[in-house]
Design a protein around this ligand. Structure first.
Ligand code: HEC
Length: 136
């Protein structure tokens, strides 16, 4: 069983890495990121292919005008976390689904966007900063 500690350490690193990376950056605290200007264009283009009023996977519509009310402070279907907990990206299930870490918080299903390339790191960072920002 000499390999066990190494495997455990690797698992711990994999589990902690994305969580640490999702922390709010204090140097950007106070920077307001507009959901309508910065985030909805991403979600409306890629995610609303499936998350639209016809399909609504998990009841989540990501079209303009509907998305925000279905994200902010709404409990996710797949986990005990809220989809977006303002000010707390680590506790926002949306961030875990974008990073593919949903299993680490008791969630399920695929990394989003399902079946497509993950969002770019800059785009995920923008979502994190939006959740951190007081504007949401
Ligand atoms: C190809 C279709 C498709 C695309 C594109 C897609 N999704 Fe999904 N989404 C699904 C399906 C199906 C589920 C439920 C099964 C799963 O999670 O794998 C889901 C589940 C989710 C959930 C879990 C909701 C909850 O309350 O538990 C979130 C959050 C989510 N998607 C966000 C997104 C975001 C953000 C994007 C764009 C970056 C996106 N999805 C793109 C099909 C899609």
């Amino acid at each position: 069983m000499t390999r066990a500690p190494g495997a455990f350490l690797l698992a711990a690193l994999l589990a902690c890495g994305p969580v640490l990376a999702a922390e709010c950056d204090p140097t950007k605290a106070g920077a307001k990121i507009s959901y309508d200007e910065k985030i909805q264009p991403i979600f409306g283009g890629i995610c609303a292919q499936c998350h639209n009023t016809m399909e609504t996977p998990e009841g989540l519509v990501l079209e303009a005008g509907l998305a925000l009310d279905l994200l902010l402070n709404v409990r996710s279907v797949q986990s005990a976390l809220k989809r977006v907990e303002p000010g707390n990206p680590e506790k926002s299930y949306l961030v875990h689904k974008l990073r593919g870490t949903q299993d680490s918080v008791g969630g399920s299903g695929q990394q989003m966007p399902a079946g497509l390339a993950p969002l770019r790191d800059e785009e995920i960072d923008l979502v994190v900063q939006w959740i951190c920002s007081p504007a949401n």
